[in-house]
Design a protein around this ligand. Structure first.
Ligand SMILES: Nc1ncnc2c1ncn2[C@@H]1O[C@H](COP(=O)(O)OP(=O)(O)OP(=O)(O)O)[C@@H](O)[C@H]1O
Ligand SMILES: [Mg+2]
Length: 343
């Protein structure tokens, strides 16, 4: 049993964002999963929010890296350094998860090697126990769905690197679908479009801003415009153009149809009783991509199933890891923790 001085943490290590939940405190860290590295020496210049602020503004000798790609660890050393930095931010000093119990969320269907890489970072650096929890299950728990009950709950998580559809019943994943596209691929499509249509090079941050401000999954009723600055492809000089919500929204069509296709496939493979539950109770929409304007309405009208936008789309997964810590404490009859309501 965990002693009274041991801490409990939940971690959502995402392609775009890392969130850490601490029992008794709530979400204690929410930072971009980004590292700025010197190209010549490989030394780290900045991590998290500080590195994110450097995107598109780095000097020639500095490179911006996402240590996770498609929701799994792509660079072990940089992920380790990033976690070490985040933990030191929580503890206020440079130390690992000493004598801590950690629940870390992982994508469905990752390989044992990928799982071991994650455990190695957490366990071998001081945690006394680490448990992995599948992301869709965590998202459903974080949104307060009755995951333990014999009813079907469907979750659609649109993250930065990947999107996931999963069906949950009786505390487990019945089936899951993985789409290797997310918010970052929409940003890349916007960069490509502006280059093709206007011969203008724009950066990742501008593309993300366009997505958040004027993109709409539904055809917009009101035409929005946004002025953007970039570098002319031919002349090499800065130039400003104006993009409209209609042209940007058309870029989302391919991505939208991919998601619809995966949901349809999941529904087709669903056992009939559970499909009935989903038809009645709807699909939980979460992840940062859930915030795309009009996505919930368009999905609902195309699929014909109610879509429930999560109350906290970016935080659901880590809140679910926090719930898991509470469950474990209850199951272990950690009465002190329960009585003190110290979660
Ligand atoms: N208001 C918004 N409109 C559209 N997209 C948004 C909005 N806010 C955030 N996003 C997008 O959400 C994505 C990040 O979502 P999230 O934090 O859930 O991903 P992640 O968990 O890090 O990634 P993954 O789950 O794929 O590992 C980014 O691509 C970001 O641009
Ligand atoms: Mg995620």
């Amino acid at each position: 049993m965990l002693g009274r001085f041991e801490q409990r943490f939940g971690i959502d290590l995402g392609t775009c964002n890392t969130l850490i939940y601490q029992r008794g405190k709530g979400i204690v860290l929410q930072e971009p999963s980004v590292v700025a590295v010197r190209k010549d020496t490989g030394m780290i210049e900045a991590i998290g929010a500080e590195a994110h602020a450097m995107i598109g503004r780095t000097p020639a000798h500095v490179e911006i890296m996402y240590p996770l790609q498609d929701s799994v660890i792509a660079n072990f050393d940089k992920t380790t350094a990033m976690m070490k930095y985040f933990i030191s931010k929580i503890y206020g000093r440079n130390q690992w998860f000493r004598r801590s119990h950690v629940v870390i969320t992982v994508p469905c269907g990752i390989t044992n090697v990928q799982k071991r890489a994650i455990e190695e970072i957490i366990i071998h650096k001081g945690a006394s126990k680490s448990v992995t929890l599948e992301e869709p299950l965590a998202a459903a728990m974080g949104a307060g769905l009755p995951v333990e009950e014999p009813v079907g709950s469907m979750v659609l998580d649109i993250g930065g690197g990947t999107s996931k559809v999963a069906l949950i019943s009786l505390g487990g994943i019945v089936l899951s679908k993985h789409i290797p596209f997310g918010g970052l691929s929409i940003d890349r499509d916007i960069i490509e479009y502006v280059k093709r249509a206007y011969h203008l090079i724009i950066g990742e941050r501008t593309a993300e801003e366009i997505k958040k401000k004027v993109a709409s999954a539904n055809r917009p009723n009101e035409e929005l415009k946004m002025d953007i600055r970039g570098r002319d492809l031919v002349k090499g000089l800065p130039r400003t153009i104006s993009v409209t919500s209609t042209e940007i929204s058309e870029i989302l069509d391919g991505f939208f149809m991919l998601i619809v296709d995966q949901i349809r496939q999941a529904m087709e493979q669903c056992p009939p009783e559970l499909a009935g539950d989903v038809m009645e109770r709807g699909i939980l929409l979460c992840g940062g991509g859930a915030l795309l304007t009009g996505l919930d309405q368009r999905l609902q009208s195309v699929i014909g199933v109610p879509i429930q936008l999560a109350e906290h789309p970016l935080e659901c997964v880590v809140l679910g890891a926090g719930e898991m810590l509470r469950f474990e404490a209850l199951q272990k009859k950690d009465l002190n923790a329960v009585l003190q309501n110290n979660f």
